[in-house]
Design a binder for this molecule. Sequence first.
Ligand code: MG
Length: 346
Amino acid sequence: MKLFCTTYDLALHHPFNVSYARTPSGSAHVRTIVFAHIEQDGVTGTGEASPSKRYNETAETVQKFVYSLNASSLPSPEDKDTFLPAIGAHAAANTAAKCAVDMAWHDWWCKKNTISLGKYLAEEKLPLTGTNVTSFTIGIDELAVIEQKVREAEEYPILKIKLGTEYDEKIIETIRRVTNKVLRIDANEGWKTKEEALEKITWLKGQNVELIEQPLPADRDAEMPWLKERSPLPLFADESCGRLASIEGCAERFHGVNVKLMKSTGIAEAVKMIRRARELGMKIMMGCFIETSLAVTAAAHLARYCDYADLDGAALCENDPYSGATIARGKLIVPESAGIGAVLRV
Ligand code: MG
């Protein structure tokens, strides 16, 4: 087996600003993606890492992780019961790096067996919801730019609005002058106290808002039961929900979880997270980072088992190297060709 990486600079239409990562306007807006490739028996599987500083990963740490795996000492990819556990057990953290290898394995396995990832996942017998409408994200920006972005997102029926600023109300008022669409709010840990969060959520309740994601910093999780008891809108964990082990705690603090492949270490553990969240009666969102259509397509195969999809990561980019799942008027159309189903554009 050959296991190797390539990198790709993914450029965004607009700088992507959230509460804890705001860049001055005019700054570069490129994210370096690392692809992991598994080659065996004439079949190549490819997976993706979109490393995030919030989770202490960079393109360099991802490549270091993948090359430290030493392909010759890994179990054969033919042996699905030992290959992925060996990746998971190799070093702590590195969740996006592990995701790249997990995704490459799933792509390889499904191509080798001539089945789509969708068909492979159907074997898991997770309850189907059929969710296929994705929200479109509006990042933090100057009000005039936010207004322009909302107009550009006309085809999307649901918008996800990044808040956690000193001018949150002005952002919502600006958007409400343009559209009455359903909004999902992502504070990205930007509200500093539970009282501030409750005040903002109570105001947002009257603004046709459907849910609130990550109102408080993840290190203030202990205050979340207080907020959950009082919040007039459902609360979703994103930064507070990493891997499978975090799901139980999230059930006490939130109404739902945002599962993302880059946090979960990939597809195999995301399936376990969806199953556990369901057992605990939680709502589930399938989300993504800024990613190419390769990783977004992998996640789109899982969205049909979730309640909400937030899979616009590739739609925010201007040089997506893959074509895979497409979005038509907000609806995800997921390919069922062998493997993940994303192909390199020529
Ligand atoms: Mg989020």
